[in-house]
Every structure is written in structure tokens, then in C-alpha cells.
Ligand binder design. Structure first.
Ligand SMILES: Cc1cc2nc3c(=O)[nH]c(=O)nc-3n(C[C@H](O)[C@H](O)[C@H](O)COP(=O)(O)OP(=O)(O)OC[C@H]3O[C@@H](n4cnc5c(N)ncnc54)[C@H](O)[C@@H]3O)c2cc1C
Length: 366
């Protein structure tokens, strides 16, 4: 009997679970190690905050998927790997042996050089914790005008979250802090200008070209000495790698993300595969759910091939991704390379794509 361990129930692994439910692997015992019985789909998270979706609408139930595939679920978080013993070390002290390991654990929120963030900030990851704490914030602010809330990080996720919070809490004083001159750094200039105007229209204070250096109980200190008063500080400062891949001795890129070849196999340890944001692809791509989702089918195929001793297939991620950025009002912006668009139809398009993704993993009862 061979042992395959799936670490994390991320966007690529939900496809692997589904593929294994459809066509089980003979003579292979499969274990899913995941701290939660569900995977929250980040693409719909701002829509949940804005009040457009229930939490159930963005939850992929991992345990029924695993059950259908005859896979054991180990509720734990990996805290390390022993590569010589081929063992996953779990945060509850358990050790899980494997012959093959596939990793799709996503990133952590990059704390950056901001002191006090561990104590005072609310990082967007783990998303399960974020959702619980945001729910508390929304409930409290619904009863009384809450203390000002600041968001650090003005990429697509930070921008979407700011507008979603505004849609849900029209009276909440909100500030968005970003290092670039306009929000949506890296997106077409037209979208950046539009994003900037939207912040003004929605009464969200924009603090651009500033880096947060310290967070305390009263708010955020910036690199020019300015203090931004805030009772809550949400941190959306991008994706960082957890420490355990480097500590285990896996080959990683400079950021600590696991280096994989075109077959998604670790370049240093061929019995390990990685996909999604935790992976540094041979042909690098931005950290984005699109590439995690797209890696699912080649990962499922190559895990099967590896276990059967067949040659692996190379995967070439698409060169660019379509970004659909919701603006809290059932409208959205689209960016595809240098092309951009905006409108209610873009939101309907995004909503359609997101719901179709969720339907693929809905539990059909067998
Ligand atoms: C607010 C927000 C909105 C976003 N919107 C979009 C969007 O519209 N489009 C887009 O392309 N991208 C979007 N992103 C980016 C997207 O979330 C990530 O790129 C995507 O989640 C990466 O998928 P993944 O499978 O690598 O990891 P994840 O989705 O993070 O999944 C990892 C899973 O592994 C589990 N896990 C973590 N650590 C461990 C461990 N040590 N042991 C075991 N299990 C573990 C986690 O609980 C989680 O279930 C958004 C991000 C945010 C924060």
C-alpha cells in the first residue's frame, strides 16, 4: 500500500480531491491534512463582507469531498517536514508518514517590517480567522459607529476589502494605506485612476506613497512619522511563505516558496509536489488564485502518474490571468494585461464565474 498525503485543502487540492473521488487510486492510502473541514474561496470573500453572499456560498466542504474519495481527513496544520523520514509533523504533535506528498497550503500574510503587527493587526490570512474577526467587527459597528478602521495594503485584495467594508458599513470611518501613488499598483493606469476616484466617492481616506512602520493599540504609524488613528487595522500586505519549507531543507526561491519544475515536482525532492501560492513555478507567475485553480488538473494527473510509475507531463501556466475586482456595489473592474473594463456586467460575469467554480465542488451526496 502506498501513502499519499495531501497537505492543505487549497484551490489546486480541491480539484485533486474531486478527481480522486471520480477515479480512486488503487492500492494507495490518501490522507488530507487540513486545519479546517472547509476551504473558503477568497474570490467571493469581499462579496460576503459586502453582504452579497452567505458564508456557505463561499465554503467548499472538504470533508464530504474527501469521504467520497475514501480519503482520511486529519484535522491539523503542518508545522514541519522530516524529509529523510518522509513524515509530516503536525501542530498537534502527530507525525504522518508518506511515500508521496503534495503541498497546497497557500501563503501567509506578509507581515513586512511593521512592528506590532502580530499583536495589533488583523491579517487577512488565515482566512478562517479573518472571517470570524471581521464578523465581530461588522456586528459591533452595526450597533454603534465603530472606531476608525485602517487597511494596510492597496493591491487588488486590500482595495476590494475596503470597498466591501464600505458597502456593509456606510458610516464606518475607513482609511486605505498603500505604498504606491494609487491603489491597484501594477494594474492598468486607467483602472488605478478609477480606483482612486472610487475611494473619494465612497469616503475612504486614501493614504498613498506611505509605508506603515508600526501598529499600536491606537492605530498605524507611517514612515513620515504620521499617525493614523484606528481601532482596527486590517493587514493585506501580500503573500509570504511560511518558514517550514526552508527549515525542512526543500529547495525554495528567495522568498521561501517551494521551487517546482514544470511537472509541479519539487526540484530538490522528487517525491514532493507543490502547487498554488506556496509553489515557485519554473516559469514564475504572480500569486493568484487563478494559477492555483489551473494547477489542479495537471497536479492530479501527475500525482497519479508518479504513483503508477509513469512519465510525468509538463504544465505550462497561461501567460496572464484575468483579474476581476469587485467594487462593493455589484459592479466590478476587469483587467487582462493592459486591457480594462468596468461595470455592472463585469460583476455579473465575475459572479457567474465564481458560482460556477463553487458548483463544481458542491456535495452531490455521492
Ligand atoms: C481578499 C482576497 C481576495 C482575493 N481575490 C482573488 C481573486 O478574485 N482572484 C484571484 O485569482 N486571486 C484572488 N486572491 C488571491 C487568492 O486568494 C490566492 O492566490 C489563492 O488563495 C491561492 O490558493 P492556494 O490554493 O495556493 O492557497 P489557499 O487558498 O490559501 O489554500 C490553502 C489551504 O491550506 C490550508 N493550510 C494553510 N497552512 C496549512 C498547513 N500548514 N497545513 C495544512 N493546511 C494548511 C489553509 O487552511 C487553506 O485551506 C484573493 C486574495 C484575498 C486575500
Amino acid at each position: 500500500m502506498k501513502r499519499l498525503v495531501l497537505l492543505g485543502g487549497g484551490h489546486a487540492h480541491v480539484h485533486v480531491l474531486d478527481a480522486l473521488a471520480r477515479t480512486p487510486l488503487p492500492d494507495t492510502e490518501v490522507t488530507l491534512v487540513s486545519p479546517y473541514p472547509r476551504q473558503l474561496y477568497s474570490g467571493m470573500l469581499p462579496g460576503w463582507i459586502a453582504g452579497h453572499y452567505t458564508l456557505e456560498a463561499l465554503a467548499i466542504a472538504l470533508t464530504p469531498l474527501a469521504e467520497r474519495a475514501g480519503i482520511r481527513w486529519k484535522p491539523a496544520r503542518a508545522s514541519g517536514l522530516d524529509l529523510d523520514a518522509r513524515t509530516v509533523l503536525c501542530d498537534d504533535g502527530a507525525r504522518i508518514a508518506f511515500d508521496w506528498l503534495s503541498i497546497d497550503t497557500g501563503p501567509t500574510t506578509d507581515p513586512g517590517p511593521i512592528s506590532g503587527s502580530a499583536r495589533h493587526a488583523l491579517p487577512v490570512r488565515p482566512i478562517e480567522d479573518f472571517v470570524t474577526r471581521i464578523d465581530t467587527l461588522i456586528t459591533a459597528a452595526g450597533h454603534a459607529p465603530g472606531p476608525p478602521t485602517a487597511l494596510i495594503g492597496s493591491g487588488a485584495a486590500g482595495f476590494e476589502l475596503a470597498l466591501a467594508l464600505r458597502a456593509r458599513l456606510p458610516q464606518l470611518p475607513l482609511a486605505l494605506i498603500g505604498a504606491a501613488a494609487a491603489p491597484l499598483d501594477g494594474f492598468p493606469a486607467r483602472l488605478q485612476r478609477r480606483a482612486r476616484r472610487l475611494l473619494d466617492q465612497r469616503n475612504i481616506r486614501w493614504i498613498g506613497q506611505r509605508r506603515a512602520t508600526r501598529i499600536d493599540a491606537d492605530g498605524v504609524w507611517l514612515d513620515n512619522g504620521q499617525h493614523v488613528a484606528a481601532g482596527h487595522v486590517l493587514q493585506v500586505t501580500g503573500a509570504a511563505a511560511p518558514g517550514w519549507p526552508v527549515d525542512a531543507g526543500l529547495a525554495t526561491d528567495a522568498g521561501g516558496f517551494i521551487r517546482v519544475g514544470p511537472s509541479l515536482q519539487s526540484v530538490s525532492h522528487p517525491f514532493i509536489f507543490a502547487a498554488g501560492d506556496i509553489a515557485a513555478y519554473a516559469d514564475p507567475r504572480p500569486k493568484s488564485g487563478v494559477f492555483a485553480v489551473r494547477a489542479g488538473p495537471p497536479l492530479a494527473d501527475n500525482l497519479r502518474r508518479a504513483i503508477h510509475g509513469e512519465p510525468l507531463r509538463d504544465w505550462q501556466p497561461q501567460s496572464r490571468a484575468l483579474y476581476l475586482i469587485s467594487t462593493g456595489d455589484r459592479r466590478a473592474m476587469a483587467a487582462w494585461g493592459s486591457l480594462s473594463a468596468e461595470g455592472a456586467w463585469v460583476w455579473r460575469w465575475k459572479d457567474h464565474i465564481d458560482r460556477a467554480f463553487m458548483r463544481r465542488f458542491a456535495h452531490h451526496g455521492g
